[in-house]
Design a protein around this ligand. Structure first.
Ligand SMILES: [Zn+2]
Length: 101
């Protein structure tokens, strides 16, 4: 089956290798689905299906648009600020501070 790419979305370059990414429209479990992936290292968001699904214990319907937005959001989300990055060393200091405090 020929791959079907969505060219109209803006994807950030790959966070790992810096190459171009593509949004693929595909199928999973007979449902329409999307997956963003790197053209070079093939890291990807995993498949995000449209249709009926259970989320937080509730049965919900995910539209095609919602599924595309979710895949887009997953791929384009970046941790830009040092503040949000948990360095193992800082984490250890926090744990020690907690235990000693
Ligand atoms: Zn890559």
């Amino acid at each position: 089956m020929a791959k079907n790419y969505v060219d109209s979305v803006n994807l950030a370059s790959c966070p790992f290798c810096g190459h171009e990414a593509r949004m693929e429209k595909t199928k999973a479990y007979c449902l329409d689905a999307f997956r963003a992936s790197c053209t070079h290292c093939h890291i990807n968001t995993g498949i995000i299906t449209a249709g009926g699904t259970v989320k937080h214990g509730e049965w919900i319907i995910v539209t095609l648009e919602d599924a595309l937005q979710e895949a887009l959001g997953k791929w384009n989300t970046r941790i830009n600020s040092d503040r949000n990055v948990v360095h193992p060393h800082n984490n250890l200091q926090r744990v020690r501070g907690f235990l000693n405090g």
